[in-house]
Design a protein around this ligand. Structure first.
Ligand code: SAM
Length: 318
C-alpha cells in the first residue's frame, strides 16, 4: 500500500508536518465530546496536501485504529469482515481519538527510514501493476519481492478496515478493480489459451493435473484460478527481467501450497519461468516464517499461527 510505503521512507520533517496536520484537524472538528470518522475525514480533506509524505504518514498512523474499530465486524471465513461493514454510526470520543492518533504516529515513526541521515540513501515510492510495467529497461541493479502466494487469499478484502478509512480520508478506491488487478486474485477471469501455451512445459503439466482432478470445479474455477496465476506471474517475471541490468541480482520469496494432494512448488515454478527470461538460478534457501500474511485472519486456517515454510529464490540476470 502506497501510504505505508511512504510512511516507511518519510523524513523527520514529514513526521513533524503530520503532527501539525493532526492538530489542524482537531481544531476544524471542534470541541464536541463525540464525533464520527466521517467528520474527521472531511476535516482532513479540507487541509491542503503539503507533501504527499506527511499526508500519507498521518493516514498510515490510523490504519491500526481503523482495524481495531472494525474488529467488532469480524466474522468467520470467508468474508472476514461482515458484508457492508462500515464506520458509520460509530461514535468517536474526540479527545481520546486525537491523543491515540498522536501516539500511533509516534509508533510508526520508529520505523522511519534513514534517508535524511548523512549516510542515508534516497528512496522513492512508485505504484504500478507488475504484470504491465515495472519501469525502464535496465533500470535496477537488484530486485527483492514477494508475490501473493497460491493461497487464494483476498488481499483487498483482508485490508477492508484500511480501505474504509481511505474512503473517508483520501480518495475512494475502486475495490473491485483492485481485487481484479491482484496477482492470485480469487476473482478469476479466463486468460486466452495461447497465453497458457506459452508457459513452461512443467507448469502446463501441473495445470493439466489440476484440470483433470476429479474434485468439484477442478476443470472450471480451479483450473482458471491456477492458470491465470501462472500467466500473470510469467508476465511479472518478464517485466522483472526487463528492468534488471545484466549482472543484476534478485530474490523472490514464495511459499509452496497444495491443491488437494497435488503439491505446487512455487519456488521451482519461479526458477523455470525466470530461466526463460535470462534469470539464472543461483540458490534457493528454505526458512520458517512466523510473519505470514495468514496472520491477518488467524481464524481462516486452522494452522494460521503455525510457522510457514517459505523459500527465498536467488537469481542473477545473464
Ligand atoms: C506476499 S505480499 C508481499 C508483501 C510485501 N513483502 C510487504 O512486506 O509488504 C504480496 C503483495 O503483492 C501485491 N500485488 C498483488 N498483485 C500485484 C500486481 N499485479 N502488481 C504489483 N503488486 C501486486 C499485493 O498488494 C501484496 O502487497
Amino acid at each position: 500500500m502506497v501510504h505505508l510505503g511512504r510512511a516507511r521512507v518519510a523524513s523527520r520533517v514529514d513526521f513533524e508536518e503530520a503532527e501539525e496536520l493532526i492538530g489542524s484537524v482537531d481544531q476544524i472538528v471542534g470541541p464536541e465530546e463525540f464525533t464520527t470518522l466521517k467528520a474527521i475525514g472531511l476535516a482532513f480533506r479540507e487541509l491542503p496536501v503539503g507533501t504527499e509524505y506527511s499526508h500519507s504518514v498521518a493516514i498510515a498512523a490510523l490504519f491500526p485504529y481503523a482495524r481495531s474499530l472494525l474488529n467488532v465486524s469480524r466474522t468467520k471465513n470467508p468474508s472476514w469482515f461482515r458484508k457492508g461493514a462500515t464506520f458509520d454510526g460509530m461514535p468517536i470520543e474526540r479527545s481520546h481519538f486525537f491523543s491515540s492518533w498522536i501516539s500511533l504516529l509516534a509508533e510508526i515513526s520508529k520505523w522511519r527510514s534513514t534517508q535524511d541521515d548523512a549516510d542515508g540513501v534516497a528512496i522513492s515510492i512508485e505504484r504500478g501493476d507488475s504484470r504491465k510495467s515495472l519501469g525502464r529497461k535496465d533500470a535496477f541493479d537488484g530486485i527483492l519481492t514477494s508475490p501473493p502466494y497460491l493461497t487464494r487469499l483476498d488481499y483487498v478484502q483482508a485490508t477492508l478496515p484500511e480501505f474504509l478509512l481511505l474512503k473517508e480520508f483520501d480518495i475512494v478506491p475502486d475495490m473491485q478493480r483492485l481485487r481484479r488487478s491482484m496477482l492470485g486474485s480469487p476473482l478469476t477471469s479466463e486468460r486466452p489459451d495461447w497465453n497458457v501455451e506459452r508457459l513452461p512445459e512443467t507448469i502446463r503439466d501441473l495445470l493439466r493435473r489440476i484440470e483433470s482432478h476429479t474434485s468439484k470445479a477442478s476443470a472450471s474455477y480451479y483450473y482458471r484460478f491456477f492458470s491465470t496465476y501462472f500467466v500473470d506471474l510469467q508476465a511479472s517475471m518478464r517485466n522483472i527481467a526487463k528492468v534488471l541490468k545484466a549482472g543484476g541480482s534478485g530474490c523472490i520469496v514464495v511459499q509452496s501450497s497444495n491443491y488437494k494432494e497435488i503439491n505446487i512448488d512455487l519456488a521451482a515454478a519461479i526458477v523455470v519461468i525466470g530461466e526463460e527470461f535470462g534469470l539464472r538460478h543461483e540458490d534457493t534457501i528454505e526458512f520458517k516464517s512466523r510473519r505470514s500474511i495468514s496472520l491477518v485472519n488467524t481464524r481462516a486456517h486452522h494452522d494460521a499461527r503455525q510457522p510457514k515454510s517459505e523459500c527465498a529464490v536467488f537469481f542473477r540476470k545473464t
